[in-house]
Design a protein around this ligand. Structure first.
Ligand code: NAP
Length: 283
């Protein structure tokens, strides 16, 4: 039996929040987009939490344009670092727990094995650094969920971009020297719900399984769509022209060790979920 929690979800127009809203679908759940609650404004955050008095606040709100953050440092800090701090301070007033969604980009990607939760962080980008500062704002009782390469049915994401390029026969190029776990918002949202039910706290890596490069990910999508991979080519990060503003970790693979220790299953291999998503997205 699931316990009924009053959950407040921030960043309500985002792709993960849309699936979280479905997973926590009951009349007590409150979903607030940026217009309804700007997490960078401390007073606004306090007013919202005092009004709704949620048991759990799930913070999906973030400035997620990784390259944009390199040029927009103040806003990145204000949303990704001060936003979580504002939520924790307000949560303290009403006794809420906070679930902070974080990222593989807190690591530098140089390790020769998948990253476990306790591995040394060393972000290489403004996005990664500001998200790490957001993690550091959490209290012992709060939950940090690091995920990677998110895509789903809602919002914009790389999966939808690849589908569009495939359907329009547009040539595409992806790097083959950055590897990670593609993760689907519905699978991640379901695991977050299980963690909330368990009243878990601390850091958890929550990703789908099956490590691939971006090139292999695109190849798998094209293959499942029945498209020839001839429209797809592989390059290295160094060959990107122009280079991306923000460095990405070469190894982004997150080991879901804490989930296993908590007795919870990891989200499935991404190849198991992908066909179902393609069925919906390619309709
Ligand atoms: N996308 C990925 O590949 C990825 C990977 C690892 C971790 N994550 C983390 O996972 C979480 C969810 O990601 P996502 O892909 O669902 O993000 P998303 O689709 O970009 O959604 C983020 C939402 O946050 C909102 N937002 C921005 N600034 C805000 C503010 N000051 N106050 C309130 N809302 C604000 C945005 O609003 P607007 O629509 O108005 O801009 C957007 O709707 C984020 O914390 C992200 O850092 C994402």
């Amino acid at each position: 039996m699931t316990t009924r929690y009053k959950v407040l979800i921030t960043g309500g127009d985002g792709q993960l929040s849309a699936d979280l809203a479905q997973v926590f679908n009951n009349s007590d759940t409150v979903v607030l987009n940026r217009e309804a609650l700007d997490i960078s404004r401390a007073r606004e955050v306090q007013t919202a939490l005092l009004h709704y008095k949620p048991d759990v606040v799930i913070n999906t709100a973030a400035l997620t344009d990784v390259d944009g953050c390199q040029h927009n440092v103040e806003e990145a800090r204000s949303v990704n670092s001060h936003g979580p701090q504002n939520l924790v301070e307000a949560a303290e007033l009403v006794g809420s727990r906070v679930v902070q969604i974080s990222t593989d980009y807190v690591f530098d990607g140089t390790l020769d094995r998948p990253y476990i939760e306790s591995d040394q962080t060393n972000p290489q980008s403004i996005y990664g650094q500001t998200k790490l500062d957001g993690e550091r704002a959490m209290r012992d009782e709060d939950l940090i969920v690091r995920t990677s390469w998110l895509c789903g049915i809602h919002g914009s994401n790389i999966l939808k971009t690849i589908i569009h390029l495939a359907q329009t026969d547009t040539p595409m190029t992806f790097v083959n020297d950055q590897i990670g776990h593609p993760s689907f918002t519905n699978d991640v949202a379901n695991t977050i719900q299980q963690l909330v039910e368990l009243q878990a706290h601390g850091i958890f890596h929550v990703t789908n399984q099956g490590a691939v490069s971006w090139h292999e990910f695109a190849w798998t999508i094209l293959n499942l769509m029945g498209h020839s991979p001839s429209q797809l080519s592989a390059i290295t990060t160094e060959q990107l022209d122009p280079p991306r503003a923000a460095p990405r970790p070469a190894n982004s693979v997150l080991n879901n060790e804490a989930l296993r220790k908590a007795g919870l299953p990891s989200p499935p291999d991404f190849r198991d979920t992908l066909p179902k998503l393609l069925e919906v997205l390619c309709e």
